[in-house]
Design a protein around this ligand. Sequence first.
Ligand code: FE
Length: 341
Amino acid sequence: MKKIKITLIVFLLLIGCSQNGSEVNIYTSRHYDSDDELYALFTEKTGIQVNVISGKGAALIERIKAEGENSPADIYFTVDAGNLWKVQSEGFFQSISSNKINSIVPENLRGPNNEWIAIAKRARVIFYNPKKISKDEIKNLSYEDLSNPKWKGRIVIRSSNNMYNQSLVASLISNNGIENTEIWGKGLISNFARKPQGNDRSQIMAVANEEADLAIANSYYIGLMLSGTKGSEQLEAAKKVSIHFPNQNNRGAHINISGAGILKSSPNSKNAIKFLEFLLSEEMQKNIVNNSYEYPILENIDPHPLIKNFGTDFKEDRTSVTDYGELNPEAIKLMDRVGWK
Ligand code: FE
């Protein structure tokens, strides 16, 4: 009898555990191997098992749609506010209610109704070759100035189908209006050194190789290249370029985010909140910035030394990242109108 009782208790405990959700299911389109470490550390700390499904953003969204109410997904983890906004606009997210998260993540780095939040920041900045352009010449350069004919044939940037560029253009629309941004866009594309091609790192390479004088790319790529993990060619190229953080028009460098939201149908939403809170802890913020070369959300944490070297006292554009999503359709249309391939 006693044995049966013990078996029953163990059984009930197990059921209890699984009903309380001893797991969290993360759908991620982030492609950093170092994220696996975050998941393992979370399990170590909380005993909550992390199940990860990774894939391209669009494929993951299709999967969540197909799974519907029965989706096991708790968290959608991705880069760029534009992507998070898209998931929200499909109605997939719930409001994240955590005082801890609200007190850590500034309002301009959260989605409407707190349906998604930033985990780390990245700046989309101007890379230049100090051999060709002096600090003095570049120090007052704004994103707006990139349409000046002075830069004819000297600028490289990737294509308009890239979300990072769409978000940058959306931020300019938000601050300067559609008409002004369209005039700017026409000027910018007439300054291109080549037809848009390649990823952000290939724009930095083009500046290093003197195919162009200025490149627009995300800040963390230079850390990645300088770390040597992308090979010696990229390492040597990265050593030849410097970063200019635009600081004009009372704004500052364009800031975007890595972030996450909790799915409406999340079966383990409490664990999902715990996981997001965990990512915003000091220890994990350190881990994130040291592996992805992004900027932390917590202000008392330093970015990776390779990133810190470029300076940390630059001004950050406080435009709400929600605008990048809301104005994304306008940005895409505008880029198409000006002939940005
Ligand atoms: Fe990226």
